[in-house]
Write a protein that binds this ligand. Structure first.
Ligand SMILES: [Zn+2]
Ligand SMILES: [Zn+2]
Length: 285
């Protein structure tokens, strides 16, 4: 880590998870991120606004593919000569019961880069009004099972370039279950990690957890190291910013997690081009 305050990480090649005002839970215009990225030397941004398929979820029919694509591609043209590359991605909420809808969407629409994530639904066991009762008296394996089973199915589907914040359940169950309790049960992660390896899907090191109560990345370093040991060869990293000040937040820490786990580059896709973006020199140790 450098002396830079959190949120001010600079001179980094890629923030691969960002939300703009094309998502229902963000009001940041794309140009605000682009300007900040130029100021801070963040070379490349993936705009990954939410795409939801279940009517109860916030982004269901929120912005059309055409609006999102036009807005991001036009911004990319405005900024390409000013030192920041902008890619058109998305974060699709995955649910096994609507996997066919996700597949159909991805068949019909072309993105540079796709993140598949499992999110809480309004009436789920992890909803604020249900979570304490759900966590009470159950073993940890059962508490996380509904979430982890869906993440495993998302990884197995092979539909996505990467799986976003794969233990975001850490946030939902906090403080009924702490990150330390989860870290003592690495075996709970193995089905997910195996599915990622077998489907060739990347694992995301999502740094939003560093600014939320769990105070560690989603997932934490031991899980990333386990993924590597099991044969995982592709990680991505993103701040998951929904606000301007969160651009690149904790990204250095995320790069460090990847580096400590044995990765020397970040997996990425720019449309037809699959590539590995080398971690900066200072992370190569
Ligand atoms: Zn998400
Ligand atoms: Zn996100």
């Amino acid at each position: 880590m450098t002396a830079e305050p959190p949120g001010q990480d600079r001179d980094l090649p890629l923030d691969a998870h960002l939300h703009t005002n094309l998502s229902p839970d963000s009001d940041v215009p794309i140009d605000v991120y682009a300007e900040l990225a130029v100021d801070r030397g963040i070379a490349e941004l993936a705009i990954t606004d939410h795409v939801d398929f279940a009517p109860g979820l916030q982004a269901y029919r929120y912005s059309s593919f055409e609006d999102r694509e036009r807005t991001v591609r036009e911004a990319a043209e405005r900024w390409v000569d000013r030192g920041v590359a902008i890619r058109f991605g998305c974060e699709l909420t995955y649910g096994s019961r609507y996997e066919d809808d996700v597949r159909d969407h991805l068949r019909r629409h072309r993105y540079d880069f796709t993140i598949g994530s499992v999110h809480d639904e309004p009436d789920s066991v992890y909803a604020p009004q249900n979570v304490a009762a759900w966590c009470s008296g159950r073993p940890l394996s059962e508490i996380v099972k509904p979430y982890f089973d869906e993440v495993t199915a998302a990884a197995r589907s092979g539909l996505f370039d990467t799986i976003g914040h794969l233990d975001y359940v850490k946030r939902y169950v906090y403080p009924n279950v702490t990150p330390a309790q989860l870290s003592e049960a690495p075996e709970l992660y193995e089905p997910i990690l195996r599915a990622l390896v077998e489907s060739g899907t990347a694992l995301e090191v999502n740094t939003s957890g560093l600014r939320q109560p769990p105070a560690e990345t989603y997932p934490a370093e031991p899980v990333v190291a386990r993924f590597r040991a099991m044969g995982g060869r592709a990680v991505t990293t993103g701040s998951d910013a929904h606000r301007a000040e969160a651009l690149a937040f904790g990204l250095e820490a995320g790069y460090r997690v990847a580096s400590n786990a044995g990765f020397r580059s970040l997996a990425f896709r720019r449309g037809a081009e699959r590539l590995h973006v080398p971690l900066p020199e200072r992370f190569q140790t």
